[in-house]
Design a protein. Structure first.
Ligand SMILES: Nc1ncnc2c1ncn2[C@@H]1O[C@H](COP(=O)(O)OP(=O)(O)O)[C@@H](O)[C@H]1O
Ligand SMILES: [Mg+2]
Length: 271
């Protein structure tokens, strides 16, 4: 049985695509056959972050419209076995994703033996975001440690538990919070919300805390999901998050400001 996981948020630009790329890569690295679908119609960021934009021939909407088969549109990742990307369409028609069409593609992926289907959602609560979350079994709500981002996450959690298919069937969508772009030093100074504040406001299981790190931007410019960089704190934090998603108990790291001793200052990596 395939597990459908939506990576969503209220606000845009919080790290959904970065997280979708990292988590889908991480699941595939752990041996699970995984597909990641870009629901951000018109934007197409995921294929760039995953360095396959030059290999896009057909896209999600082509498959929905029957202009291409799923097999023709899926792009096999060059770095990890078991990982396939279904790119977003460049169409301006935001309503191109029909409910029937999305359901058909998800079902075909499940029938093809995919274990995890990661849906990279556009921001907000418009049509594309709704399509991305409607069929989800699990939601990863991405938030930054800012009041506006946390407030919008609360709204998306409400929608998940009322408007999704599971909600319509009287079931719950399993929900996780992924806090990204976290800077423990700034949180300690009160310049951004601390992990505990966010957990208290949202009362949602914490999948992980991804530190703010310049290796993320570098990785996405190179088209290498940051989880492949096991020297970077962000890469390590994503690996931990994937382990938790797989049900492992992994202690949270990167949530407290480090006291930097002389040794660390001389030899430690900062990001
Ligand atoms: N942990 C992080 N540290 C630093 N920059 C990050 C981090 N996560 C995401 N970013 C940057 O934030 C921007 C938005 O990320 P993206 O994943 O595209 O967000 P979304 O898909 O939610 O719009 C990108 O420039 C990305 O490189
Ligand atoms: Mg995005």
């Amino acid at each position: 049985m395939a597990k459908i996981i939506v990576v969503t948020s209220g606000k845009g630009g919080v790290g959904k695509t970065t997280s979708s790329a990292a988590i889908s890569s991480g699941l595939a690295l752990r041996g699970h056959k995984t597909a990641v679908i870009d629901f951000d119609i018109g934007l197409r960021n995921l294929d760039i972050v995953m360095n396959c934009e030059r290999r896009v021939v057909y896209d999600f909407v082509n498959v929905i419209n029957g202009d291409a088969t799923l097999r023709q549109a899926l792009i096999k990742d060059k770095r990890v076995d078991n990982l396939y990307i279904l790119p977003a369409s460049q169409t301006r028609d935001k309503d191109a994703l029909s409910m029937d069409g999305v359901e058909r593609v998800l079902k075909e992926l499940a029938d093809d033996g995919f274990e995890y289907i990661i849906c990279d959602s556009p921001a907000g609560i418009e049509h594309g975001a709704f399509m991305a979350l409607y069929f989800a079994d699990t939601a990863i709500v991405v938030a930054n440690p800012e009041v506006s981002s946390v407030r919008d996450s609360d709204r998306i959690l409400g929608i998940l538990q009322s408007k999704s298919r599971r909600a319509e069937n009287g079931e719950r969508v399993e929900e996780y919070l992924l806090l990204t772009r976290y800077n423990p030093e700034r949180a300690a100074k009160g310049e951004m919300l601390a992990v505990e504040d966010v957990e208290e406001i949202l009362a949602t299981k914490l999948l992980g805390v991804i530190p703010e790190s310049e290796t993320v931007l570098k990785a996405s410019n190179q088209g290498i999901p940051v989880i492949h960089d096991d020297q970077s704190t962000a890469g390590q934090a994503y690996s931990d998050a994937v382990a938790r998603l797989l049900g492992e108990e992994v202690e949270q790291r990167f949530i407290h400001a480090e006291q930097k001793g002389l040794f660390k200052r001389l030899f430690g990596r900062t990001a």
